[in-house]
Design a protein around this ligand. Structure first.
Ligand code: F6R
Length: 608
């Protein structure tokens, strides 16, 4: 995961690197470092811990002269977070400095080979082999050297490289890890993620696998995978800079939760025109759609939870079988893939390594792929056959909120569109679905506008040791997301259970005082849920229920209830999850946790 920033210009590099790294810190925050070239020598400063420590060590970068530099914020994979494992890594003779995002899978044999050749290693990382390999293959031409070294690397990498022999150049290359090149006024940049340089430029290039970029203050030269120079088309970014700032909120997570109505509006509105679902961006062949015999939905984490809801939707509206897979399982389990299957990949970042691998696996079998992605121009968005963007804007908090709810909205849109094109739903049903979708942003606005009761409940239960989430059907998928949200930022142990499954084991953990959060938003399953609630109540559980407004029966059975307005069964998860997100947020904040950057996590999981 890790964040990379590189600066080639005429201003002092280090303060600019620090500024950008601050915006990349969500990608990893267990250590940070910078390397700058000054008067022909590379100076490296790095430390374990948050970026602020690096800023303190270098007087906010002022102590590091030089106008060419690379910086890094780390999420440890190989080697514990420590000063020596922090990036940048210098090569053995100190001529090259490298920052790396990704994992070098064959680092052991490479390291052994280099040690035999007399190279001394100063860290436990896989990344250090890269700087030494570059030195080993140094042939006086940075592009050739980098390409030769890269040919020996297996795994994923985005690299920023400084060389004392070419002090006016920053070199960059990538494979399966994101890297963007930005063009400024007499200065140029490399960066892991666009929002970090939006204050510097809006002209960016998306580096493709195997391409090399050489940046000087005045020029950017691209070489393709064969080493030939070529011109690359820039991409203009027109996002609002404030979208990547906190805008007065204490945490990005709160800001992003509050942005959900707008994210949903942006995702839904352009796709409903004149009473029809219009997914122009997909350009799916209507004839082929009618022949889809099976759908796989593949994703990780919260996106996988959204995918589970997609299964309910697609199966119930289209009557075709749908399998939902965790990407890291899908890629290795040899799924049966046929030409009339559709694989839907869901990813907020579009850079999740396992989801990219699953996409490629599907494509290798000749299966059509549809991606639901938030980050424009990301790897998954570019590689999928069809891409439907969720227009949620940049998401910075590690725990996804608006990314997740807009994924559900996108899945509803895809389902309705396919149902419309195949005639599986009547005009009346489609019209009703449109009405509900268009009302969704406003309804979520209402729910978010007064959440004092959730905050109060969080203050009652923030020091619980275990919290269980239960639900049936769609509500079970929602329970998984509620539980993940809570555990990842509050560090409280939590499990989600299909409510009917409790009595097959997990109910033995319920004791007097155990908190159970029950989701009861599906009218069809309400009675069944009521019985399951009685079962845990009988064992002394304290129950908070998310219910539909007006459901007085459930209200009387449970200890606390959080009623939500009813729109439609398929849209209830979007409304209900808002309360679970808020609950997780307040519990985490009351525990004094870093809500936006929970321990051991990072935003975009670009390693396997
Ligand atoms: C949880 C969370 C993660 C992501 C997962 C997939 O709050 O954010 O579980 O959902 O890492 O990320 P994307 O959607 O970027 O592929």
């Amino acid at each position: 995961m890790c964040g990379i920033m590189g600066y080639a210009g005429h201003r002092q590099a280090a303060p600019i690197l620090l500024e950008a790294l601050k915006k990349l810190e969500y990608r990893g925050y267990d250590s940070a470092g910078m390397a700058v070239i000054d008067r022909g020598a590379i100076q490296v400063r790095k430390t374990r811990g948050r970026l602020q420590l690096l800023a303190n060590m270098t007087a906010d970068g002022r102590d590091m002269p030089g106008s060419m530099g690379i910086g890094h914020t780390r999420w440890a994979t190989h080697g514990e977070p420590s000063d020596r494992n922090s990036h940048p890594h210098l090569s053995h003779n100190g001529h090259f400095a490298v920052v790396h995002n990704g994992i070098i899978e064959n680092y052991r044999p490479l390291k052994e080979m280099l040690i035999l050749k007399g190279y001394v290693f100063r860290s436990d990382t896989d990344s250090e082999v890269i700087s030494n390999l570059i030195e080993f293959y140094d042939q006086g031409d940075l592009v050739k050297t980098l390409m030769t070294a890269a040919q020996h690397l297996e795994g994923s990498y985005a690299l920023g490289v400084l060389s004392v022999d070419e002090p006016d150049v920053i070199a960059a290359i990538r494979k399966d890890s994101p890297l963007i090149v930005g063009r400024g006024e007499k200065e140029n940049y490399i960066v892991s993620d666009i929002p970090a340089i939006l204050n510097l430029t809006r002209e960016v290039y998306l580096l493709e696998d195997g391409e090399v970029a050489l940046l000087t203050p005045e020029s950017i030269v691209f070489h393709n995978a064969y080493g030939d120079r070529f011109e690359k088309e820039p991409f203009h970014v027109d996002w609002d800079v404030s979208a990547a700032e906190k805008g007065g909120y204490e945490h990005f997570m709160m800001k992003e939760m509050m942005e959900q109505p707008a994210a949903l509006r942006e995702t839904i509105r352009p796709r409903i025109k004149d009473g029809r679902f219009i997914l122009d961006d997909l350009k799916l062949d209507p004839d082929w759609i009618r022949h889809i015999s099976m759908v796989y939905i593949v994703a990780c984490g919260s996106a996988y939870h959204a995918g589970r809801l997609g299964k309910n939707l697609l199966e119930s509206k289209l009557g075709i079988p749908v399998e939902v897979d965790i990407a890291s399982e899908f890629r290795y389990r040899r799924p049966i893939l046929k030409p009339d299957h559709l694989v839907i990949i869901i990813s907020q970042s579009g850079e999740t390594a396992d989801s990219i691998a699953a996409l490629r696996e599907a494509k290798a079998h000749g299966v059509r792929t549809l991606a639901i992605v938030n980050v424009v121009g990301s790897t998954i968005a570019r590689e999928a056959d069809y891409t439907l963007y969720t227009w949620a804007g940049p998401e910075i908090a590690v725990a996804t909120t608006k990314g997740y709810t807009s994924q559900i909205a996108a899945l509803v849109l895809v389902t309705m569109y396919l149902a419309q094109e195949t005639g599986k739903m009547s005009d009346e049903e489609l019209g009703e679905a449109q009405e509900m979708l268009l009302r969704l942003p406003e309804v979520t606005e209402g729910v978010l506008s007064d959440h004092r009761e959730v905050q109060r409940l969080a203050s009652l239960f923030f020091n619980c040791k275990d919290i269980y989430f239960v639900g049936r059907g769609i509500d079970f998928s929602l329970s998984l997301e509620g539980s993940l949200k809570l555990k990842e930022i509050s560090y409280i142990h939590s499990e989600a259970q299909a409510a009917g499954e409790l009595k097959h084991g997990t109910i033995s953990l319920i004791q007097p005082g155990t908190l159970v959060i029950a989701l009861v938003t599906q009218k069809r399953l309400r009675e069944k849920m009521q019985s399951n609630i009685q079962e845990v109540k009988a064992r002394g559980a304290v129950v908070i229920a998310i219910t539909l407004q007006g459901d007085e029966d459930i209200k009387h059975v449970v200890d606390h209830s959080l009623p939500i307005p009813y729109l439609s069964d398929e849209l209830q998860p979007v409304i209900a999850i808002l309360l679970l997100q808020l609950f997780a947020y307040y519990v985490a904040a009351l525990n004094g946790n870093d809500v936006d950057k929970p321990r051991n996590l990072a935003k975009s999981v670009t390693v396997e």
